[in-house]
Design a protein around this ligand. Structure first.
Ligand SMILES: Cc1cc2nc3c(=O)[nH]c(=O)nc-3n(C[C@H](O)[C@H](O)[C@H](O)COP(=O)(O)O)c2cc1C
Length: 232
């Protein structure tokens, strides 16, 4: 068994995806389970790192699923706070299916919105970066935006990014532990992302994208051990 410390030290962003590697549905569900903050529990009982984020979860995932064995490719949504599901449904396209994917674990609010090949779409909305379409899945982090800023004030903007960053860190480590890799994607076109999911106003705003897939090493890069005791 690999230790958390080893995973934390060895993890790297992927620079390119191989366009082939798939992950089993069970792994996909596990990764998504780890980004669930379990907001129904008291803060101190929430799983790490969500016990360090003291506000109501405000970020949900719009997923572009490409290569997950046992799950149909297409657009999916994960409501990180199940109490916000109706809000998400009302804001998204009317024609979305909201079907339960096969084998979905109890309590994981993941839904198939629309089946189909979303590889080109994912690439296009992520600034035409191939890593968004050639992995197992990529996603946009969809923030509850205008209402939270009005309610909590402008400083909540930073908190939304902190929450998004924490989701990214969890995905980086979960991907590494699963034998694949991930990359944060800060370059994306937000208006086209909003069109994909059907958002018509500023109720939701895409803040950060992410991709997970089989990495292709770049031989131009050298990786050295980060700590002195590991260098000798
Ligand atoms: C907020 C953020 C946004 C990023 N955006 C992109 C991106 O749009 N495209 C990309 O290829 N990599 C992106 N990256 C990955 C960085 O290039 C990568 O993290 C950096 O080179 C350091 O490498 P490491 O993660 O292996 O330490 C992003 C990373 C972060 C944290």
């Amino acid at each position: 068994m690999i230790s958390a410390g080893q995973i934390i030290r060895q993890r790297r962003s992927l620079l390119a995806c191989d366009g082939r590697t798939s992950i089993p549905a069970a792994r996909f569900y596990r990764m998504l389970g780890r980004v669930m903050p379990r907001a129904e529990l008291p803060l101190a009982e929430r799983p790490m790192p969500w016990d360090a984020i003291p506000w109501a979860p405000a970020i949900h995932l719009g997923l572009f699923v490409h290569r997950v064995d046992g799950i149909e490719p297409g657009l999916h949504a994960l409501a990180r706070d199940p109490r916000k599901l109706d809000k998400l449904k009302a804001a998204m396209h009317d024609h979305f299916a909201w079907e339960t994917p096969p084998g979905r674990p109890e309590g994981l609010p993941l839904f198939l919105l629309e089946r189909g090949d979303a590889r080109a779409l994912a690439t296009q909305v992520s600034c035409r970066q191939d890593i968004a379409g050639e992995g197992a899945f990529s996603l946009g982090m969809l923030a509850e935006y205008q209402a939270t800023l009005v309610e909590h004030g402008p400083s909540f903007y930073r908190r939304l990014f902190r929450e998004a960053g924490a989701i990214g860190q969890v995905l980086y480590l979960e991907a590494e532990a699963a034998g694949v890799r991930a990359t944060g994607i800060g370059c994306f076109f937000d208006d086209p992302v909003h069109q994909v999911f059907g958002f018509r106003d500023l109720e939701f705003q895409s803040l950060y994208h992410f991709t997970v897939g089989g990495p292709v090493d770049d031989p131009r890069l050298t990786t050295l051990p980060p700590y002195r005791r590991e260098r000798s």
